[in-house]
Design a protein around this ligand. Structure first.
Ligand code: KIV
Length: 271
């Protein structure tokens, strides 16, 4: 039996069982083979190949510029590094909002060319036909509500969402609609904790929060933020587990000095 076949994979079914048992779901983003391998080895439940790659990998100020081809490149690399976690890939801006046929062909490209397990799409009632069409092909879909970064130009701000009752009502009805249509989970981004808890209680599918408080079924963070590689972004919801920016620049600094003063390579480091 290969090592791969001995590992019990996380499936969408496993995630719904976790919600039933009240076991929290851990999710982190990854965009490349090596990082995916580390976080999978550490035991993460879900690896999200987020379109936040546009920000943290490509240096763009929004998620809008990243293309379907670029998402496929990142996702195919991530999948090769993962043995256990469920791999979910963001459908990028412009690859599914036009019509449901386009959404389906984008999702099919992701599944065929990366071997990922599922796709994620931002929005509620506005994209429900696309969600239904992708699901009809047997592709699992994760929803994304609350702050939806692909719509940043509509809202003009990354501020907390669903503070007004009207927005809370829309969030609740969008979440119920995504569940009814067949999404296996929903990401809820940057909303008041009380609203996060309310939505989680209303739904039987897992809700994964980012800045949605502790009453949801799991948490997701962008790996560059939680490891402190990215220092410019510090919203209240972010817990930093490391200061890799300083660690890496310190190591690079020592390397530069060793090269400059001739102490690298030493005798044992040459042929
Ligand atoms: O693109 C991403 O990384 C995301 C998470 C922030 C949920 O969608």
């Amino acid at each position: 039996m290969s090592v791969e076949s001995r590992v019990k994979r996380v499936t969408t079914h496993v995630l719904s069982e976790m919600k039933l048992k009240g076991e929290k779901i851990s999710v982190l983003t990854a965009y490349d083979y090596s990082m995916a391998k580390i976080i999978d080895h550490a035991g993460i439940d879900v690896v999200l190949v987020g379109d936040s790659a546009s920000n943290v990998m490509a240096g763009n100020s929004t998620t809008l510029p990243i293309t379907l081809d670029q998402m496929i490149y990142h996702a195919a690399s991530v999948v090769k590094g993962v043995q256990r976690a469920l791999v979910v890939v963001d459908l990028p801006f412009g690859s599914y909002q036009g019509d449901s046929k386009e959404a389906l062909s984008s999702a099919i490209r992701i599944m065929k060319e990366t071997s990922a397990d599922a796709v994620k799409m931002e929005g509620g009632v506005e994209i429900i036909e696309s969600v239904a069409r992708v699901l009809s092909a047997g592709i699992p879909v994760m929803g994304h509500l609350g702050l939806t970064p692909q719509s940043i130009h509509k809202f003009g701000t990354y501020a907390v969402r669903a503070r007004q009752q009207e927005e809370v009502d829309k969030l609740l009805s969008d979440a119920a609609l995504l569940e009814k249509t067949g999404c296996f989970a929903i990401v809820l981004e940057k909303i008041p904790a009380a609203v996060g808890t309310l939505v989680a209680r209303q739904l039987s599918i897992p809700l994964i929060g980012i800045g949605a408080g502790g009453g949801v079924d799991g948490q997701v963070l962008v790996i560059h933020d939680m490891l402190g590689i990215n220092q410019e972004f510090s919203p209240r919801f972010l817990r930093r587990y490391h200061d890799l920016f300083s660690e890496i620049s310190g190591a690079v600094n020592r390397y530069i000095q060793d090269v400059k003063n001739g102490s690298f390579p030493d005798e044992r480091e040459q042929y």
